[in-house]
Design a protein around this ligand. Structure first.
Ligand SMILES: CC1=C(/C=C/C(C)=C/C=C/C(C)=C/C=O)C(C)(C)CCC1
Ligand SMILES: [Fe+2]
Length: 373
């Protein structure tokens, strides 16, 4: 694949994953900023949709991700999964999910409050690494030139969905924590009380606000030094960081995080995988998104069904009162358990793509297909 094809494909993806999603989130945030309230059941809608659309499926292609990144997989159709390198990868990734996911699932029974804290920390890192990818590879030239800038970007970007709702809506945040932890031990969530105290929230708000700002200032210095397209990448970062701060402050957390999960994290991860799929990339370069989406849906279908079977088993294993909130709580435990091995795969992909080895302040400019641009 030529550098031109790769660049044209990313241009098409940028048009799909940035502005339309920003506009949607702003359209959701503005009414809430003006005082809108909605029935609680509605808030769960994005999480409910994520079971089949974007959310859960985005991780259901982990078995082909690394093969695609290494260019050793042409086809991941059902037949290919039963033969050759795809079958071996499926076995390896399956074992990873079984061992890590299984151990973490046990952890929920043994120490549910700690397991919840691990879940938030894991998501913080994972959603941060997802956004780091967008800021490094989907743009033409990144303003994130050094390792410390990239680490800060992960902390800030991943922290936005996990930290800002705690500042803006501690009661709703605590209710989710209590619902999830309470599945395993009714009183265990009390251990998390200090996190919701006004003093803690103030420190978190000031600290995370300062960190967000400092990260953007550092990025600005590097973007100015680099000039050109790096300034575009910085502006994108600044717009998104500001937008997400506002969005997570005003939108009820369950709705805000659910929408973000589908439309932000999952869409970007799917975009990341689509550019590793050659036929899809060729179509993207011609401005056509469809083949990429269709091929992704096909690749993700078998293991999405697999995840649904685990969901059903988990629902049977954990007694609930049958409420919608409890169903979502069980779903969050499922997401937690699946996310641990998913993070391992995505971190290996990060390494494969050189995301953690930046070019340095004066390093090479854009060259899609080469690491650490
Ligand atoms: C719903 C919700 C929360 C946590 C959600 C998490 C942690 C979701 C993780 C999803 C993952 C990891 C998906 C896979 O990529 C908070 C912030 C605790 C409180 C507010 C509502
Ligand atoms: Fe993910």
């Amino acid at each position: 694949m030529t550098v031109e094809t790769a660049s044209a494909a990313r241009r098409t993806l940028r048009r799909a994953v940035f502005l339309p999603v920003w506009l949607l989130l702003v359209a959701v945030a503005v009414p809430f900023a003006l005082g809108l309230t909605v029935p609680r059941a509605l808030l769960y809608l994005p999480f409910a949709a994520s079971v089949l659309v974007l959310g859960l499926p985005h991780g259901a292609v982990d078995h082909v991700t690394l093969l695609r990144a290494r260019g050793t997989l042409a086809d991941a159709g059902l037949r290919a999964l039963l033969t050759g390198p795809a079958r071996d990868a499926l076995a390896r990734v399956g074992l990873l999910y079984l061992v890590l996911g299984g151990a973490y699932l046990l952890g929920w029974w043994v120490a549910p409050a700690a397991a919840f804290v691990v879940f938030v920390a894991l998501t913080w890192f994972h959603w941060g690494q997802g956004d780091l990818y967008a800021l490094v590879d989907l743009v033409e030239t990144t303003h994130l030139r050094t390792g410390s800038q990239r680490a800060l970007a992960v902390v800030v970007r991943g922290g936005l969905p996990m930290v800002v709702p705690l500042v803006g809506a501690p009661v709703a945040y605590r209710r989710v924590a209590t619902d999830v932890v309470g599945l395993f031990d009714a009183g265990a969530a009390d251990a998390l009380a200090p996190a919701f105290a006004p003093g803690t929230r103030l420190v978190v708000a000031v600290g995370f606000g300062a960190l967000s700002l400092a990260t953007l200032v550092l990025g600005f210095v590097h973007a100015r030094r680099r000039g050109g397209a790096a300034r575009v990448s910085w502006r994108l970062d600044a717009v998104e960081t500001t937008l997400l701060w506002g969005y997570f402050l005003v939108v009820p957390p369950v709705l805000a995080v659910g929408l973000y999960f589908c439309l932000w994290h999952s869409v970007r991860h799917i975009a990341r995988l689509v550019v590793l799929d050659r036929p899809a990339t060729r179509a993207l370069a011609a401005g056509d998104l469809r083949p990429g989406v269709v091929r992704f849906a096909r690749d993700a279908a078998p293991l999405t069904v697999g995840a649904l079977v685990v969901f059903a088993a988990l629902f049977l294993a954990v007694p609930t009162d049958g409420s919608l909130a409890a169903l979502v709580a069980v779903y969050l435990v499922l997401l937690a358990v699946l996310t641990l091995p998913h993070v391992v795969v995505v971190t290996l992909l990060d390494r494969e793509q050189g995301l953690w080895t930046p070019p340095g302040v004066d390093g090479p400019g854009p060259a899609h297909g080469s690491p650490g641009r």
